[in-house]
Design a protein around this ligand. Structure first.
Ligand code: NAP
Ligand code: MG
Length: 478
C-alpha cells in the first residue's frame, strides 16, 4: 500500500514509521497508510516556513488571493470524492462529509477575497506635521494543531487566513484523521505557493504538536481540541513568548420554553445533540426544559431518536454514523454509567450496537430527571448523549444555562420575542442560537466561545485577522 508522506519545504518526505487509518464504520476497511514523523521533521518544517516567511509576507496580496482561490476551486470541484473520504475516515454521514468539504472550499474562497481587504488606519497625530499610520502585518510562522471531528473544515479555517494575511504554516492534523488533511495538503501543494510556505507534519500529538509549540521559529499557535491539551499548549506558548489561540470544549445548553413550537424544539434538540454522532464542540448536551412542555417534549424526542437510523457513514439511509474511535466509544459508554450512578434516569439508548460491518456504533442516549450539578452535566462527553434538566421559569432556565465552566454556544426555543431578545443579551456563551440548532454556524462570521471554551481572539470571518496579524504603528515627519 502507498504511504502518504509529509509535505515539508516543497517535498513529500517519509517519516520514521507509518500507521493505518481505519474506517470507524467498518474496521476491516483501511482508508490508507500515513507516515508518522519524528521531531526532526518539525525542525525541517519550521526552518522551511521561517525561510519562506519574508518572501511570502511581501508578495502582492493578489498572488495570495489567486492561490487561495485555486485551492477553494479544487476543493469544491472534488466535493463528492473528498466528502466520501472524510466520511470514511471520521464516520460522519456522507451528506455531512460533503457539507464539510463545501464549507472548507468556501472558507478558502472567502479568505482569498480577504487577502485583498487588509486595511489600516491613518490617524491625525497630536504633533503638528507628523503622520501616524496603524497597519497590520503577518505574524510569521504559524503552528496549526487540529482535532479529529472536522478533519477538513477546521484545518481550512486556520490555514486559509494564515496564508491570506502572509504567514507561513506548519500544520499537524489529528492522528486518527490524516486522509482529509493529506488531501488538503496535496491540493495546496499544487496551488503555486513558494516552497516552505505550507508544511504538513503528521505524527504523534505530544511529540509533533509539542515540538511545534516549543519551536523558537514558530511565532503563533492556533489549536482546536480538548481543554487539557489546550491548557498545556497555552502555558508553553506563554513560556516561550508566542501568541496563542485556543478553541476547546463545550457543554452547550438548549433552553426549551413552554411557548416554544414543539416540532421546532424537537428538531433543534435532536439535530444539536445527536447529529454528527454528538461529536461537535457546539453540540447541545444540556436540554433545559420548562415544566409546562417538559413531558410532551421528552416523549417526542424519545420517539424521534428511537427512529434514527444508525449505520455505515456511506450508507445513504444512515442518519447517524459510528463514534469515531474505540477510545471515544469507551468514553461515551463510561459516561452512561456515570449518569446512572449519579442518579439520572436513562430514558433511552446508550448501548453499543451491532451492524453488518464491525464498527464503533452506539445508540443515541437521553437522560431525564437530571440536575445541573451531575457530572454528566458538568463534563463534556463528546458523543451521542444528552440530558434533560427541568426548569420552572425562564429565569431559572437562564441561570442553569449559564452555570457551567464552558461558554461556547447556547440556544433557546421560544416564540416570545421578549425572551429571545433577553437571552441573546444574557447568555454567557460566545454564540447564541434562537430556534436554530446550537451546532450550525456560518463560515463568514466570528466563531468562538467564552470561559473554558476558548482563549484568545475569535476565529473565522474578518475577525480572524486579529490572530493572524500583528499591529504596527508608524510615525512620519515628511
Ligand atoms: P485533543 O486530544 O486535544 O487533540 C487535538 C490535537 O492536539 C490533535 O491534533 C492531537 O494530536 C494534538 N495533541 C495531543 N496532545 C498534544 C500535546 N501534548 N501537544 C500538542 N498537541 C497535542 O482533542 P481531540 O480529541 O482531537 O478533539 C476533541 C476535542 O476538541 C473536544 O474536547 C472538542 O470539544 C474539541 N473541539 C473544539 C472545537 C472548538 O472550536 N471549540 C471544535 C472541535 C473540537 P493527536 O491526534 O495525534 O493526539
Ligand atoms: Mg480513521
Amino acid at each position: 500500500m502507498t504511504i502518504h508522506n509529509n509535505f515539508i519545504a516543497g517535498e513529500w518526505l517519509a517519516g520514521r514509521s507509518s500507521a493505518d487509518n481505519v474506517n470507524p464504520s467498518d474496521l476491516s476497511d483501511v482508508v490508507g497508510n500515513y507516515t508518522l514523523a519524528g521531531q526532526d521533521a518539525v525542525e525541517q518544517a519550521t526552518d522551511a516556513a521561517s525561510a519562506a516567511f519574508e518572501g511570502w509576507a511581501r508578495v502582492s496580496p493578489e498572488v495570495r488571493a489567486d492561490a487561495l482561490d485555486k485551492i477553494g476551486t479544487e476543493i469544491l470541484a472534488r466535493r463528492e470524492e473528498l466528502g466520501a473520504l472524510l466520511s470514511r475516515e471520521e464516520g460522519k454521514i456522507l451528506a455531512d462529509g460533503i457539507g464539510e468539504v463545501i464549507r472548507a472550499g468556501r472558507v478558502f474562497k472567502f479568505f482569498a477575497a480577504e487577502a485583498l481587504r487588509l486595511n489600516g488606519e491613518k490617524v491625525t497625530s497630536v504633533r503638528p506635521g507628523v503622520e501616524v499610520e496603524v497597519t497590520r502585518e503577518p505574524e510569521g510562522v504559524v503552528g496549526i494543531i487540529t482535532p479529529w471531528n472536522f478533519p477538513i473544515a477546521i484545518p481550512a479555517w486556520k490555514i486559509a487566513p494564515a496564508l491570506a494575511y502572509g504567514n507561513t504554516v506548519v500544520f499537524k492534523p489529528a492522528g486518527i484523521v490524516p486522509a482529509s488533511a493529506w488531501a488538503l495538503a496535496d491540493i495546496i501543494s499544487r496551488a503555486g505557493l513558494p516552497e516552505g510556505v505550507f508544511n504538513l507534519v503528521m505524527g504523534s500529538g505530544s511529540e509533533i504538536g509539542g515540538a511545534i509549540v516549543a519551536s523558537p521559529k514558530v511565532r503563533a499557535v492556533t489549536f482546536t481540541g480538548s481543554v487539557a491539551t489546550g491548557r498545556r499548549i497555552a502555558l508553553d506558548c506563554v513560556r516561550t513568548g508566542k501568541k496563542v489561540q485556543l478553541e476547546l470544549g463545550g457543554k452547550n445548553p438548549l433552553i426549551v420554553l413552554d411557548d416554544a413550537d414543539l416540532d421546532v424544539a424537537v428538531s433543534v434538540a435532536v439535530n444539536g445533540a445527536y447529529f454528527a454522532t454528538g461529536q461537535r464542540c457546539t453540540a447541545s448536551s444540556r436540554l433545559i426544559v420548562q415544566n409546562g412542555i417538559h413531558d410532551r417534549f421528552v416523549a417526542a424526542v424519545i420517539d424521534r431518536i428511537g427512529h434514527l437510523k444508525i449505520g455505515h457513514a456511506l450508507d445513504p439511509g444512515s442518519e447517524i454514523g459510528p463514534v469515531v474511535s474505540s477510545d471515544q466509544l469507551e468514553q461515551d459508554i463510561s459516561y452512561i454509567e456515570v449518569g446512572k450512578n449519579g442518579g439520572a434516569h436513562l430514558a433511552l439508548g446508550g448501548e453499543k450496537l451491532k451492524r453488518d460491518r464491525d464498527g464503533y456504533y452506539m445508540s443515541p442516549a437521553l437522560f431525564t430527571e437530571t440536575t445541573n450539578d451531575m457530572r454528566i452535566n458538568r463534563e463534556e462527553i463528546f458523543g451521542p448523549v444528552a440530558s434533560v434538566i427541568r426548569a420552572s421559569t425562564y429565569e431559572e432556565a437562564v441561570q442553569i444555562a449559564n452555570d457551567t465552566p464552558f461558554g461556547l454556544s447556547s440556544g433557546i426555543c421560544t416564540t416570545s420575542l421578549k425572551y429571545a431578545h433577553d437571552f441573546k443579551r444574557r447568555s454567557a456563551a460566545g454564540m447564541v442560537m434562537v430556534n436554530v440548532p446550537t451546532a450550525g454556524v456560518d463560515y463568514h462570521v466570528a466563531f468562538g466561545g467564552r470561559k473554558e471554551s476558548s482563549y484568545g481572539p475569535r476565529e473565522q470571518g474578518a475577525y480572524a485577522r486579529e490572530f493572524y496579524t500583528v499591529i504596527k504603528t508608524a510615525y512620519t515627519l515628511p
